[in-house]
Design a protein around this ligand. Structure first.
Ligand code: NAD
Length: 260
């Protein structure tokens, strides 16, 4: 079998997803990137990854909260690259608020993007992976797929569900060369985290500086943010044959957070 596969990485116009897309392209895989944002900036990033890595890189702007657009993403990727071997469910959003004040529209959107999108994309691609005898599902969950923090009820609920999906797909793919794993990052300084600092400050009655020191980095014994490229490197490793017996795992990359 060829070493080079075709990957779809959702939410890869920014942050962790962008780093995963870049790492997979550096490993030689064709990559379909996806996400929201300024079309010109996305095209510049897509072209840069393609030029720097030599791997074919496409873009599809499916809104992952919409199952019809997820189906269109799958169809476009299969048209451009022939098949889908690697699915990285990474698109995610966050809202920080006490449950009694949590906006219902944000709950609904978080569940759609962070949880249901992964199920829909796997439903559409898993059969092909099984039939070809090789596949990788990588779900970018979170430390919050393993433990909770207050004021993140929807996010923690969705991420725990994604870990459950991961285990189920590991069992369904086990005899077909298809692995499924969750990567559970601690805090990575991306736009998603930058945006939640003022929300967390408001929810906890703290300054933003105190949130970084006493909430975010206090959770991680290393007292350092995880780097997005470190998540990309792990995702690329999970796509190698060396990782073929790693399946059904929820792998923390959290500076020791969940060791406590
Ligand atoms: P980010 O905000 O930098 O990137 C999120 C990406 O998702 C962007 O490309 C955005 O366009 C895309 N996206 C958002 N809504 C979308 C939608 N409806 N349809 C398609 N794409 C959409 O965030 P990030 O920190 O890189 O987060 C990526 C993933 O990593 C998320 O699932 C997040 O929960 C998870 N995560 C992040 C951290 C962290 O500390 N940053 C920690 C643990 C887990």
């Amino acid at each position: 079998m060829p070493d080079f596969r075709t990957a779809v990485v959702t939410g890869s116009t920014s942050g962790i997803g962008l780093a995963v897309a870049r790492a997979l392209a550096e490993a030689g895989h064709a990559v379909m990137i996806n996400g929201l944002g300024d079309p010109a900036e996305i095209e510049a990033e897509r072209a840069l990854i393609e030029t720097e890595t030599g791997a074919p890189v496409g873009f599809h702007g499916a809104d992952m909260s919409d199952p019809a657009q997820i189906a269109a993403l799958v169809a476009a990727t299969e048209t451009q690259f022939g098949q889908i071997d690697i699915v990285v469910n990474n698109a995610g959003i966050q809202t920080v608020a006490p449950i009694e004040d949590f906006p219902v529209d944000r709950y609904t959107l978080i569940m759609a993007v962070n949880m249901s999108a992964a199920w829909h994309l796997c439903r559409a691609t898993f059969g092909g992976m099984k039939a070809r005898g090789w596949g990788r599902v990588i779900n970018v969950a979170s430390t919050h797929g393993l433990v909770a923090s207050p004021f993140k009820s929807a996010y923690v609920m969705a991420k725990h569900a994604v870990v459950g999906l991961t285990k189920t797909l590991a069992l369904e793919g086990a005899e077909h060369g298809v692995t499924a794993n969750a990567i559970c990052p601690g805090y990575v300084m991306t736009p998603l985290v930058e945006r939640q600092i003022p929300e967390t400050a408001a929810a906890r009655g703290m300054t933003e500086e105190a949130v970084i020191r006493d909430v975010l980095l206090a959770a991680q014994p290393t007292r350092a943010f995880v780097q997005a490229g470190q998540i990309g490197a792990l995702a690329a490793f999970l796509c190698t044959s060396a990782a073929s017996q790693i399946t059904g795992a929820a792998l923390p990359v959290d500076g020791g957070w969940t060791a406590r």
